[in-house]
Design a protein around this ligand. Structure first.
Ligand SMILES: Nc1nc2c(ncn2[C@@H]2O[C@H](COP(=O)(O)OP(=O)(O)OP(=O)(O)O)[C@@H](O)[C@H]2O)c(=O)[nH]1
Length: 902
């Protein structure tokens, strides 16, 4: 049912707060790293673009350089070609002139070629006659061929005056590749008389190929102005027109220039070349120079390759780093998202709970010290705890929320939790003012870098505990602090006083004659007196002094910061004065005094137990000295106390070592003089002090509680004795055992008796229990219950010391005793006065009317016995019959001859 309610509430809250948009959350967490990644990518692209641009520009510069170099080469080569053609032209002119002036008689074989052209130039001169036959030549072994069909012969035959440059061909005389240069020879009439031909080996024109500059793939060529090649050299290879390296004739639209001829379009070897061209002066020839692109750009391309490789490597590295960053960011974002989801879920859950929940983040100063905490999240309940609205609280610093000591406390606690990762305690929120819980249970955990703080309202519990504490520390009757409070207060207060060397006094007070109020007017009257006494005590001391009710009619006054012992005496005087007037209560007026024992610290004790004990001892001494007064603890009190303590220790020892024995005093039936019962009386066989009477140790045994143990031993001894006599075959008479009120209060007396009677197989009717008037007068419900239980077992109850003033006749009526033992003082008074006899008579009459037997105690004379017999007293006990006798083989049954009734 409760779960159902909770989940419904959670669902409602969840609906109002909305689901966490998962993707949006993931995106939010991932966004910074994606932005950074994009920026880095952009930068990288930018760098690449810049680098490629620079490289491209450099490439273009390289190409420009290549073109320039080709142009220089082409120009140089064209100049060289021009000079060669000119000199060839000169030679043909010279020969023409010689031929024509010698009238056809010049013989070239004789004309030393030296001077005309270098002999190793591979040039040959030939003269052809008008029919086309060779006339003379510098060729060593010319073939006999008619060249009338040669183009230059046909041209010169038709026209005059031109210097003819032919295409490369196989020379008709030399049968080697040549380029023919020719002029027309004329006779005197100007008619055609032949042709002078200068044959040059094609290599002659391309001998200027500079391998160092042009490399293995450079190009040098001579072409006609239309681009058709005459001779081409590529590296070491020389190409003639019929076997040229061009795919098609390069065509140029200017006399000089340069450009890149892509290998794929222009060259059979497929290599691209920067080609420059230059038409020679005067001669219809064009010089070409080509720089191989790959060879020229190779260093640049190599360098570019290196640069690009390095850049690519760097880029790959950067990309790898980016990929790593993205992967990590994605993982982190996922974790943050998961964390946010958990936080969100937790908050929904905490919203449904009744507890305050916060997440606090540490705030550091510029030096890195943790100085404060910021509340980064909380639930509504948490905001209520701190008297805020949630929206206002989130984002605030802790120091802005709390003030004063609470702020210092909470900051300290949070710092401690940061170090220890955990803190648990309580916090007082009262300082925050406003409406909200006063006390909270604080629980702080540090899962990671922030703190998770949890607060639970414990105001009710605190109030309850405070109330319980108050009740536990307060005496319900008088409203004064009680012994429980004293136990908590005294040790610390005393320690502080001793430490600060201040005097400190305890006034132990016990009312005098208080019991008689209870006895005569009842318990309520006694209570009234106690309340009055408490009030008078409070009024008699200073407000800062403390008055404690220790229990019963005992009080304690605590005086701190005493100037001296005299002050304590003054206070005791004032108390005595306060108790002088009688107490007016509902049921009359009662005079109750006070006995006060004073102990002063540190002189009389430095710890609370000692000081209390000494004050008690001093009070005890006042009681013994006659009551109504005060006295300080001193050496004589201490001595008395120590002798009591010594006796107590000895008694304990005696109980351990079985030093107690039983005496038995017979009772005699006044009718026949036979022993009709025995009273068991305890004696202490003290190893030093000798045989001790009960009066010497029973009061102390009562006071210290040892009476309970002693009482048990007595019961055991008596019943065992009865068993022994029984086994020995002696006739048994009932034996009465005295028990103290302490034994009756304990509640175990009936059991003890039952156990021993059963184990010793003694009939309960052989045992009687004697209780004093005093113990019955103070009876509580438990005492009466115990007595009833004993009686129900078949054990007779005897009221001892009757007439000592504790119980009235009417009280006696209420109690169902089997026998009363009249106090020995009554027997003594029998002989003194008639009144004594009358009184005894009245007692006997009254007891008999209540169906109780009467035993006269302390009968010592025959006269007393006679009177008692006459009065109808059932039994007598006393020295006349027998003093108490030690245990013997048989029960003490002395024969008594009773006098005749008086
Ligand atoms: N009315 C009443 N009586 C109590 C209360 N507590 C204890 N008593 C009784 O107070 C009495 C205190 O006993 P005593 O101090 O021996 O009596 P007393 O007559 O003052 O004896 P002295 O101190 O020797 O003068 C006992 O009879 C207790 O039963 C109580 O709360 N109310």
């Amino acid at each position: 049912m409760a779960m159902g309610f909770l989940s419904a509430k959670t669902a409602r809250l969840s609906a109002t707060m909305g689901q966490v948009p998962r993707l949006a959350g993931l995106w939010t967490n991932l966004r910074p790293s994606l932005i950074w990644t994009s920026l880095v990518l952009l930068l990288m692209l930018f760098c690449w673009a810049g680098l490629l641009d620079v490289l491209e520009r450099e490439r273009r510069e390289q190409e420009a350089d290549a073109l320039k170099e080709a142009e220089v080469l082409a120009r140089t080569y064209a100049g060289h070609l021009y000079r060669s053609l000119e000199s060839i032209d000169q030679i043909t002119l010279y020969i023409k002139h010689g031929w024509e002036t010698s009238n056809g008689t010049i013989r070239l074989e004789k004309v030393a070629p030296e001077g005309l052209y270098p002999t190793d130039s591979g040039l040959y001169l030939s003269i052809i006659d008008r029919r086309g036959d060779l006339v003379t030549t510098t060729i060593p072994f010319p073939s006999k061929v008619n060249i009338a069909g040669q183009p230059y012969f046909t041209l010169h035959l038709a026209r005059d005056g031109e210097f003819y440059v032919g295409a490369p061909q196989i020379g008709p005389f030399s049968r080697k590749p040549i380029i023919p240069f020719s002029r027309r020879l004329s006779d005197r009439d100007g008619g055609f008389s032949g042709v002078v031909v200068l044959s040059a080996q094609p290599q002659y024109f391309i001998a200027g190929y500079d391998k160092l500059t042009l490399g293995r793939h450079g190009l040098l060529a001579i072409t006609n102005p239309d681009g058709s090649p005459r001779i081409v050299r590529v590296g070491d290879e020389v190409y003639l027109p019929e076997n040229q390296p061009f795919r098609s004739n390069p065509v140029f639209d200017s006399r000089s220039g340069s450009r890149l001829l892509p290998g794929i379009d222009w060259f059979k070897d497929g290599r691209s070349r920067y080609v420059a061209w230059q038409v020679t002066e005067r001669y219809p020839m064009m010089a070409l120079a080509g720089v191989d692109q790959d060879s020229f750009l190779s260093p640049f391309l190599k360098r570019r390759q290196q640069i690009v490789s390095t850049a690519a490597l760097v880029s790959v590295g950067v990309l790898a780093i980016l990929a790593l960053v993205i992967a990590l960011s994605l993982r982190l974002a996922r974790r943050q998202q998961e964390l946010a989801t958990i936080q969100h879920t937790y908050r929904i859950a905490t919203e449904a709970a009744n507890e305050g929940f916060y997440i606090a983040e540490p705030v550091h100063d510029s030096r890195g010290n943790m100085t404060d905490f910021k509340i980064i999240d909380c639930n509504h309940r948490g905001a209520d705890f701190l008297r805020h609205r949630r929206d206002d609280l989130v984002g605030k610093k802790v120091s802005e929320v709390y003030q004063g000591e609470t702020r210092d406390f909470i900051l300290e606690v949070l710092k401690r939790a940061m170090i220890n990762r955990h803190y648990e305690g309580e916090i007082d929120l009262g300082g925050l003012g406003g409406e909200g819980p006063r006390w909270a249970q604080l629980r702080i955990l540090r899962p990671e870098s922030n703190l998770a703080v949890n607060m639970r309202d414990i105001s009710d519990t605190k109030t309850h505990v405070a109330e319980l504490q108050r009740i536990g520390n307060e005496d319900a009757l008088t409203g004064l602090p009680n012994r429980h409070w004293l136990n908590g207060f005294l040790p610390d207060a005393l320690k502080a006083a001793v430490h600060s060397r201040k005097k400190f006094a305890l006034l132990y007070l016990d009312l005098d004659g208080f019991k008689s109020v209870n006895d005569s007017k009842g318990h309520e009257a006694g209570d009234e007196v106690l309340c009055h006494a408490a009030r008078r005590l409070r009024e008699a001391v200073r407000p800062e002094d403390r008055v404690v009710r220790l229990g019963g009619d005992e009080f304690l006054v605590i005086l701190e910061n005493l100037a001296g012992s005299r002050d304590a005496a003054h206070v005791a005087d004032r108390i005595q004065e306060a108790f002088r007037p009688p107490f007016r209560i509902t049921k009359g007026v009662h005079s109750v005094g006070a006995s006060i024992g004073i102990a002063v610290a540190p002189k009389d004790g430095q710890d609370s137990d000692t000081l209390l004990k000494h004050a008690d001892s001093a009070m005890y001494a006042v009681k013994k000295a006659g009551k109504r007064g005060y006295r300080f603890f001193d050496i004589s009190v201490a001595e008395e106390e120590s002798s009591r303590e010594a006796l107590m220790r000895e008694m304990q020892h005696a109980l351990d070592y079985d030093q107690f024995i039983m005496y038995y005093q017979p009772r005699v039936d006044t009718g026949n003089g036979h022993t009709c019962g025995l009273e068991a009386l305890v004696r202490w066989v003290h190893p030093v002090r000798g045989l001790m009477e009960p009066l010497e140790f029973i009061p102390l045994a009562e006071e210290t509680g040892l009476i309970v143990r002693l009482g048990e031993q007595v019961i055991k001894k008596v019943i065992s004795q009865l068993a022994y006599w029984s086994k020995s075959g002696y006739p048994l008479v009932p034996v009465s055992i005295n028990v103290s009120v302490r034994q009756l209060e304990g509640g175990s007396l009936a059991d003890t008796l039952s156990v021993w009677l059963r184990s010793c197989r003694i009939d309960p009717s052989l045992v009687e229990i004697e209780v004093t008037e005093a113990s019955v007068a103070r009876h509580g419900a438990d005492v009466l219950q115990t007595l009833a239980a004993i009686q129900n077992m078949g054990i007779k109850l005897v009221l001892d010391d009757f007439g000592t003033g504790y119980s009235s006749l009417s009280q006696l009526q209420e109690m169902d005793f089997d026998m009363i033992k009249v106090d020995h003082t009554f027997a003594a008074r029998l002989e003194d006065s008639e009144q004594g006899t009358a009184l005894f008579n009245a007692i006997i009459t009254m007891a008999h009317s209540l169906d109780m037997r009467v035993v006269a105690e302390g009968v010592e004379t025959r006269q007393q016995a006679s009177t008692l017999r006459a009065l109808g007293c059932d039994e007598i006990q006393g020295f006349l019959v027998s003093p108490p006798l030690p245990p013997a083989e048989h029960p003490p049954t002395p024969p008594v001859t009773l006098p005749a009734p008086a």
